[in-house]
Ligand binder design. Structure first.
Ligand SMILES: [Zn+2]
Length: 421
């Protein structure tokens, strides 16, 4: 109990009282992505980080600080439901003669925490007020970055952390037998039920918010029964399961086992699309732009072919009525681009798939907030919600490209960006 009181005091110090003054935001247009509607000339009152009131006829208290966004369009902050801010694939791997994927893992945790801090700031400034870290973050470095953000040490989005990825023996990399230690920090190799149980509990103990499973990166995969066991164990502690699936069998296991989301889902049969819709399982589609695939090491022609395949299946999944949430799976730094800018550029994949602007915005906000389980306190602009908002010059429902130039970012009622930069 004493610990709790102390914690409340600490939290109050870091966010609460720092912001006791009322802020009045004058918003020219406010978009509600949940239904694609726009309201005009709204006043948003913010107190202690939360939205106290919103409407056209709100009177502004005399001592309120006013922020003028009357020429802008305001909407909830964007959400990336699948990223890796504590990992960067090095372009120097070839020169060092090692597998470029292994090189990510060779970076020490201290360095990766710094990468996480830098990328977190870049994501926030691009308009992402919440992200879900999908693992590959060393030994719970993502949990440390989350803590530093929550304590106000560094700027960054709200982070839902996955900690160490749970996977059948060997993980995703092609680690050699005498170098297995490279992967130990960020993977749990768990094959038996006992190993799986231990891995889930250890992750939860060290503070993760979601359980990340790689279902099918090797010939041996988790079965539908394994997935049901995992989902059940995670649910007992109130956690959802996100399932990396790259094969038909993998998607089948994740869907039958009741995972909250299929990540990637490069190959999804039409019959499974129907099942996903019925069972309300979300696809986090991570549709890489060609430039990102190239940065991951693909030749241009192969990158284009792979990209077109992704778009084709994204279109099928969208047409099939499956809920989609925005995710980028970025683990590369592209020259002269921040992580945030690279993440935003994934909008073009949705445009290519013919998805209307209103749905793209919903995929990037409402749908992702629900998947992350933060929709009771974030992801919409209404009374009582944390004030996580962004603004653009144009209305994204008319021109979705305007999201590439977010001009204003507020998270927890604190301004992190105001103006073009
Ligand atoms: Zn990933």
């Amino acid at each position: 109990m004493i610990y709790r009181i102390f914690l409340t005091f600490l939290l109050a110090l870091t966010f609460g009282f720092a912001n006791a003054q009322v802020i009045a935001i004058k918003a020219g247009k406010v978009v509600d992505p949940s239904n694609g509607t726009v309201t005009y000339n709204q006043v948003i009152l913010v107190e202690n980080g939360r939205i106290k009131d919103i409407g056209a006829d709100i009177s502004i208290p005399q001592d309120a600080e006013t922020i003028d966004l009357s020429r802008s369009t305001v909407m909830p902050g964007l959400i990336d439901a699948h990223t890796h801010i504590c990992a960067t694939i090095s372009i120097f791997a070839d020169r060092l003669g090692v597998d470029f994927l292994d090189l990510v893992l060779l970076n020490p945790d201290g360095y990766r925490a710094i990468q996480g801090a830098v990328h977190a700031k870049q994501m926030l400034e691009a308009g992402f007020t919440a992200i879900r870290e999908a693992g590959n973050s060393g030994k719970y470095v993502d949990v440390d970055v989350k803590r530093a953000i929550n304590e106000g040490l560094i700027p960054g989005p709200t982070i839902i952390t996955a900690g160490r990825i749970i996977v059948p023996f060997g993980g995703q990399f092609r680690t050699k037998a005498d170098k297995q230690f490279i992967t130990n920090n960020e993977y749990f190799f768990a094959d038996t039920r006992d190993e799986i149980l231990k891995a889930i509990r250890e992750n939860i103990f060290y503070g993760v918010d979601v359980i990340k499973i790689v279902v099918d990166s090797k010939k041996y995969k988790y079965s539908a029964e394994d997935m049901a066991f995992i989902v059940d164990e995670a649910r007992k502690s109130g956690l959802k399961v996100m399932a990396h699936c790259q094969t038909v069998d993998g998607v089948y296991s994740a869907v039958m086992g009741g995972a909250a989301s299929v990540e990637h889902g490069w190959t999804i049969l039409d019959s499974i699309i129907t099942l996903m819709k019925q069972k309300n399982i979300v696809l986090v589609s991570t549709d890489f732009p060609v430039k990102v695939l190239q940065a991951y090491g693909s030749k241009e022609e192969n990158a284009k072919t792979a990209h077109n395949k992704m778009i084709e299946r994204l279109k099928r999944v969208y047409d099939g009525g499956v809920t989609i949430a925005f995710g980028t799976d970025i683990m590369v730094d592209i020259e002269n681009e921040t992580r945030g800018a690279t993440a935003i550029s994934y909008i073009d994949s949705f445009v290519e798939a013919g998805i209307p602007a209103a749905d793209i915005l919903k995929i990037m906000t409402t749908n992702a907030a629900a998947l992350l389980g933060i929709n009771k306190s974030r992801g919409s602009i209404s009374k009582g919600m944390y004030c996580d908002i962004i603004a653009t010059d144009e209305n994204p429902l008319e021109n979705i490209q305007t999201l590439k130039n977010v001009t204003f970012v507020m998270k927890n009622g604190v301004v992190y960006k105001n103006g073009k930069r």
